[in-house]
Design a protein around this ligand. Structure first.
Ligand code: ATP
Ligand code: MG
Length: 201
């Protein structure tokens, strides 16, 4: 069968693309524990982190979760993951800061929580840690950013850490290996739709 010009051009283009991708894959030949930040105002930060948690569990890895801001206790992720083998699940926050309205208490709660995180950051048997909504304790000054960065830097070399929350501090993003900013293009809540099970909680 005679190949049309269009088909030939398509094949050449795809061949070139494959060469570029294969080269990039060959260059990325190191293994390392990663620090990932999921930030921005759009939806998808925590749910992406829990997606990676599921992936890691699928590979038989031991994982840990620390939730810093406890918005609600009826989430699907907590119900599902906390009863799986290989999952350590810590709820460290008491609620939204605008509920407690007490700086001293919020600071104490966050610092007590960080001691628990420090233990996970010293345990090389935990292969992936999700620090959900950690950006808020940093933003409100309940935790010292330099101390947090130091503990993250000194963790086991093959341990992955995923941090979620809006307004991730610059210093944290600079240290991270992968930073994703979710953009808020549209959200159903603004059209008057309440949080939906399986989507929002
Ligand atoms: P998710 O857990 O769904 O991935 P998230 O972690 O990106 O969301 P959070 O700031 O932690 O976002 O907010 C959690 C809850 O608020 C979820 O119910 C989510 O759908 C909702 N939400 C997230 N972003 C927005 C937004 N831009 N406007 C309104 N509601 C939002
Ligand atoms: Mg979240």
């Amino acid at each position: 069968m005679v190949e049309s010009d269009h088909t030939k051009r398509y094949r050449t283009r795809m061949q070139r693309k494959k060469e570029v991708i294969d080269e990039a894959i060959a260059r990325a030949n190191r293994e390392q524990g990663l620090l990932l930040i999921l930030t921005g105002n759009g939806k998808g930060k925590s749910s992406s982190a829990f997606g990676m948690l599921a992936r890691a569990l699928g590979h038989g890895m031991r994982v840990g979760v620390a939730q810093f801001i406890k918005g609600r206790s009826d989430t699907g992720e907590e119900a599902f993951f906390s009863k799986q083998d290989n999952v350590i699940w810590h709820v460290l926050g008491e609620g939204f800061t605008w509920d407690t309205q007490n700086l001293e208490r919020d600071t104490e709660t966050a610092q007590r929580g960080w001691v628990i995180v420090q233990k996970m950051l010293c345990d090389s048997s935990i292969k992936l840690i999700v620090l959900d909504e950690l950006t808020y304790p940093l933003k409100f000054g309940w935790l010292d950013i330099a101390a947090v960065l130091n503990d993250l830097r000194n963790r086991p070399s093959m341990q992955h850490v995923v941090i979620t929350g809006r307004a991730a501090p610059d210093a944290l993003c600079e240290m991270a290996d992968t930073v994703t900013e979710m953009a808020d293009v549209k959200h159903a809540f603004r059209a008057g739709i309440q949080a939906q099970k399986g989507i929002d909680l």
